[in-house]
Design a protein around this ligand. Structure first.
Ligand code: PTJ
Length: 249
């Protein structure tokens, strides 16, 4: 047993754990009610993917780790779903790659921003950005435009999980390398990403960390070669074909 009363041997363990965490996130004022709907949509894609990390998603996670290790100023963007689902795992990834953590919300309120920052601190985060909001992403007229000047605004590589397409497009127009984690390969954010990881965030974040640890001793030249060889469209196509043609057992 872990943090809720379902045995790990249960065939739907991961999905039930995810639901439990999202529900708890809403109760704590971390996750928005829309976050429940987003989770439902994600789950449907995950079911069709076979609830596993497909090889193209694993390769994308490895490339993402290379980008994070090579970046001058990497930032992990956290919304209400991410904070509820993988708070400790985000902190571990930040530590493994030297990335900053920044809260950025679609449904932004001071109360939620503070609750999420507090939740991340409880899971070991030292510095959580996003509250200063002294920078603006050009071309966006909603709350997600508000970022920290020394955080996402200045970042060269940004991880944006479970994102709506608008900000993903605006960030890529700012010239940032965008790593998107999204179970829907057809979503605008996945389509605009330099590195789309079509996988459940529950699996993807620890997987990127594992790759980052393995890549610590790999030369810069090798990391760069891996990045150059990566084909984002190919990764999306392979996820889409798994969803459309994969067999459900
Ligand atoms: O906390 P806030 O206020 O910033 O709001 C966050 C949500 C998620 C509500 C907001 O960003 C939103 O409405 O997002 P969308 O447009 O529903 O997009 C969410 C995307 O994440 C969809 O493409 C889902 O398929 C995908 N998704 C949902 N759950 C997961 C997921 N991808 C990976 N892992 C998941 N567990």
């Amino acid at each position: 047993m872990t943090d809720f009363e379902i045995p790990e041997s249960h065939p739907r363990y991961e999905s039930l754990l995810t639901r439990h965490r999202i529900e708890e996130g809403v109760e704590k004022g971390i996750t928005s009610q829309q976050g429940l709907i987003a989770q439902g949509r994600g789950e449907a894609y995950d079911y069709l993917l076979g609830e596993e990390t497909i090889p193209s998603a694993d390769e994308a996670a490895r490339v993402a780790a290379s980008h994070l290790l090579l970046a001058d100023h990497p930032v992990l963007s956290v919304n209400g779903n991410v904070a509820a689902l993988v708070p400790g795992e985000i902190v571990t990834l930040a530590e493994a790659t030297g990335a900053a953590i920044e809260v950025n919300l679609f449904n932004r309120t001071k109360k939620r921003m503070e609750a999420i920052a507090e939740h991340l601190h409880e899971h070991g985060a030292r510095d959580v950005k996003g509250l200063a909001a002294d920078g603006r992403i050009p071309g966006l007229d909603h709350e997600r435009a508000k970022v920290d000047a020394d955080g996402i605004y200045e970042a060269d590589v940004v991880v944006v999980p479970l994102e709506d397409g608008d900000r993903a497009e605006a960030l890529s127009e700012m010239g940032k390398t965008e790593i998107v984690i999204d179970l829907n390969p057809l979503s605008r954010s996945a389509q605009t990403a330099s590195v789309p990881i079509v996988d459940n965030i529950i699996r993807a974040v620890p997987n990127i960390t594992e790759h980052a640890r393995e890549l610590q001793d790999v030369s810069e030249a090798e990391r760069n070669a891996m990045i150059e060889a990566f084909d984002p469209d190919g990764a999306l196509a392979s996820a889409e074909s798994q969803i459309r043609d994969g067999s459900l057992e």
